[in-house]
Design a protein around this ligand. Structure first.
Ligand code: SAM
Length: 335
């Protein structure tokens, strides 16, 4: 087999991970994601078609992308999302293929996820308390999501749980997260609340830092840091907990940023390339992908050019934290 091509930016970071937001639609209205923003949905013809996504995936594979995540919005809010997963798997048998979902629409698709040999599903579960879950997401669907979590595990699909850390919510409910990893073999990863989206509810008073969270967690259980880094660990610092089947992870996107090792690119649901979650700069690709006369090599060159200016987002982040407002919505960017 030939050595893989590699894609690096002007800071010598190797870029190998691409996240597609396949739709900006979502059936939930999570406070940290959509906040106070009005419901806004892109016209369908503004979304990349599955064929355009596959074309872009081909180009990305040629550039050295080896991990792809479908996210949103809610991926299953878009019709036939599993068709896209199956096509990606068919074209790229070796691709590290992942999905982030709220789980509420996922149940009928578990067999297709198995067929697509999905490497892992990330489920967003910000609280294991029914009333809190309903308050955060706007829907009383926790039991349905837990049912999906169990069905995924029963189907042999690896599950990671994402929870956005919020003061007064996550910190007071830590025991229920510990119970969850005792019960299920899942990694529960706490993500620091980021000031994203124009209607964000982000405030310094709600922000729960990774250090605070870790300290509170250590008051409840013995956590041992996993020092060995696995290729698919991403930016989470993982901890084992004695007697538990699962693990705890902390993603400190704000307090100890990991921009120096960022290996990601994002494609918004309307086909813009974002090289940094915290930068508002976007490179439109939809028009190019839609035009059969544009060669794949030319699109690859546009991506390489955009990558040359991939920022180290930490400074941008500081400014955003000060104003707690960023352009663009998390659902079209994909988190
Ligand atoms: N609908 C899917 C879901 O619920 O997981 C996928 C989309 S969601 C935008 C993707 C991820 O972004 C979720 O794990 C969510 O927790 C995270 N996210 C959204 N807004 C966030 C914020 N302001 N700070 C930190 N994480 C956020």
């Amino acid at each position: 087999m030939n050595a893989s091509p590699s894609l690096s930016d002007s800071h010598s970071r190797m870029v190998s991970y691409l996240r597609f937001s396949v739709t900006d639609r979502c059936n939930l209205h999570c406070l940290y994601c959509r906040g106070l923003s009005e419901e806004h949905v892109l016209p369908h013809d503004h979304l990349l078609t599955y064929e355009e996504i596959l074309r872009l995936a081909d180009i990305a594979w040629g550039l050295g992308i080896r991990k792809v995540r479908l996210t949103g919005g809610e991926p299953f809010a878009r019709k036939d999302c599993t068709r896209l997963l199956l096509s990606l798997r068919e074209r790229f048998p070796e691709l590290n293929l992942r999905l982030t979902s709220n789980g509420t629409l996922l149940k009928p698709h578990i067999k297709s996820l198995q067929e697509a040999r999905i490497n892992a599903v990330n489920l967003s579960i910000d609280s294991f308390d029914r009333a809190t879950f309903a308050r955060i997401t706007g829907r009383d669907l926790l039991s349905e999501v837990l049912d999906v979590l169990e069905a995924l595990l029963a189907a042999g699909i690896r599950v990671k749980v994402n929870a956005v850390a919020m003061k007064g919510v996550t910190d007071v409910q830590l025991p229920s997260f510990l119970e969850a990893i005792e019960r299920w073999p899942v990694d529960v990863r706490f993500i620091e609340f980021m000031p994203m989206g124009s209607g964000t509810l982000w405030q310094e008073t709600i922000f729960l830092s990774a250090d605070e969270l870790l300290q509170k967690m250590q008051e409840l259980a013995r956590l041992d840091a996993v020092t060995e880094r696995h290729q698919d660990q991403g930016p989470a610092q993982m901890y084992t907990v004695a007697g538990s089947r699962g693990r705890i992870g902390i993603i400190s996107a704000l307090s100890h940023h990991f921009c120096d090792t960022c290996n990601r690119l994002r494609i918004t649901s309307d086909g813009n390339l974002r090289t940094c979650l915290f930068a508002d700069a976007m490179t439109p690709l939809r028009g190019l992908l839609r035009d059969a006369s544009v060669r794949n090599e030319d699109i690859a060159a546009v991506i390489r050019k955009a990558l040359a200016t991939k920022p180290v987002g930490a400074e941008l982040l500081k400014a955003k934290r000060a104003i707690a407002v960023a352009q663009g919505h998390m659902d079209s960017i994909g988190g």
